[in-house]
Design a protein around this ligand. Structure first.
Ligand code: PLP
Length: 408
């Protein structure tokens, strides 16, 4: 596969753009190092074409934001119509209320809504609101929540957390998803000081019980429960994981897929907590930018159509069933995740994730014409077809076969 043009451009970019990309997760070194095409030329439906003209079926989908497919005509039309009226003006767009009403209708915890451009802004606002509401400072965090100081201080001290005051580190406590003992230990030690537990659901087996436990813990102790649904939002359902599991947090953040690739994120939740955003300094010039709101309205309208969300799940199930049929559910390879976010994992003799095989799988798939992230779930869209899914299963079978032949 020739990726010379991509490589050349990435080399030039690194001279004047630190890291060469805006998103750490999109660096070729984080994907399949040396072989990953860094740049796209165009993208349509479930597929994209790189700068060298290679064509891929995409399961990365921009790291999650694309849910209807690239270049979706309903979203394009909505953006173009709004473009002709105004992108951002001195007054608010009525779309703010339209989209807020749609979110309140769909998301169980949503009584009020504030808009942002990125997921990190939305989670920062959720933490600020929680601290203000409880008058406490400590945060319990499960998963990733964005690049702002409050979260990256969790990684201190480390090369990636330099620049963040050391004094922030003691305010954040890492509680891996599903680890109830760890959650109990943090609460036993810091219970009086905890403002919120912020959890990133992942659509994994058994997580409902953990989320239910966290809900009870928060209610009992007066902590704010925040679900970070930046990834699960609109994928597990329009109302997110909270709707699928029937567990309602106090606040939630949504982003990525809610505007099919346009930059929009929200914090939603309980009226009493959200109303604090009237007086707290939470403000963004571009928060009400109208093209993204138009895209969100069109995206929700498409997903509300009968059968749309079910089709997304059906495609995921088809992929999972296909993997099962090729025998990819045994001691060395396993299938995981909600059908909306299915994944395949290689396991070593000790029962741990076999990252080398995981990388080899991503490499094989890349050369067969599929973009997947090593060690990450697949993101499906409504533009994926049964035929593309079957081709994915066939390519997976070949990749697994070659990897297992080499490792056994
Ligand atoms: C669960 C979760 N929360 C928050 C974020 C941050 O979102 P953004 O990159 O839009 O700031 C991400 C990004 O990957 C995420 O996966």
């Amino acid at each position: 596969m020739n990726i010379d043009a991509s490589k050349r451009m990435h080399r030039e970019a690194k001279k004047i753009i630190p890291g060469g990309t805006q998103t750490i997760g999109k660096r070729p070194s984080k994907m399949v190092p040396g072989e990953w095409p860094a740049y796209f030329h165009h993208a349509i439906g479930a597929e994209l074409w790189d700068l060298d003209g290679n064509r891929f079926v995409d399961y990365v989908q921009g790291l999650g934001p694309i849910i209807l497919g690239y270049n979706n005509s309903a979203v394009n039309d909505a953006i173009i119509k709004q473009l002709q009226r105004g992108t951002l003006t001195s007054l608010q767009s009525p779309l703010e209320l339209d989209v807020a009403q749609m979110l309140v209708e769909h998301i169980p915890c949503a009584e009020m809504v504030r808009f942002f451009k990125t997921g990190a802004e939305a989670t920062a606002a959720a933490v600020r609101l929680s601290r203000a509401f409880t008058n406490r400072e400590h945060v319990v965090s499960s998963g990733y929540a964005g690049w702002h100081d409050w979260w990256v201080s969790k990684l201190s001290p480390s090369p990636s957390s330099r620049g963040i005051p050391n004094s922030l580190h003691h305010l954040i406590h890492d509680a891996p998803l599903g680890d109830i003992d760890r959650l109990d230990a943090i609460v036993a030690e810091h219970g009086q000081d905890i403002a919120c537990i912020i959890i990133e659901p992942k659509g994994m087996e058994g997580e409902r019980e953990y989320l239910a436990y966290a809900r009870e813990l928060c209610t009992k102790n007066g902590f704010v429960l925040v679900f970070d649904e930046i990834v699960t939002g609109f994928r597990m359902s329009i109302g997110g994981a909270q709707q699928r599991y029937g567990i309602t947090p106090d606040l939630a953040t949504f982003g990525k897929a809610i505007a099919n690739g346009m930059p929009l994120a929200v914090v939603v939740g309980d009226r009493e907590i959200m109303k604090l955003a009237e007086s707290l300094w939470i403000s963004s010039t571009f928060g009400g930018e109208a093209l993204s709101l138009a895209a969100a309205k069109a995206t929700i309208t498409e997903l509300e159509k009968p059968g749309a969300m079910q089709r997304l799940r059906d495609l995921g199930e088809l992929l999972q069933d296909g993997w099962k049929q090729i025998g990819a559910d045994n001691r060395t390879v396993s299938i995981y995740g909600d059908p909306a976010m299915p994944g395949i994992r290689f396991i070593d003799a000790a029962g741990n994730s076999d990252l080398e095989s995981q990388m080899a799988f991503a490499r094989h798939m890349l050369h067969a014409g599929f973009l997947i992230r090593p060690n990450h779930c697949f993101f499906l869209t409504l533009a994926h077809s049964e035929e593309l899914v079957q081709r994915t299963v066939d390519a997976s079978a070949e990749a697994i076969d070659q990897i297992l032949t080499l490792t056994t």
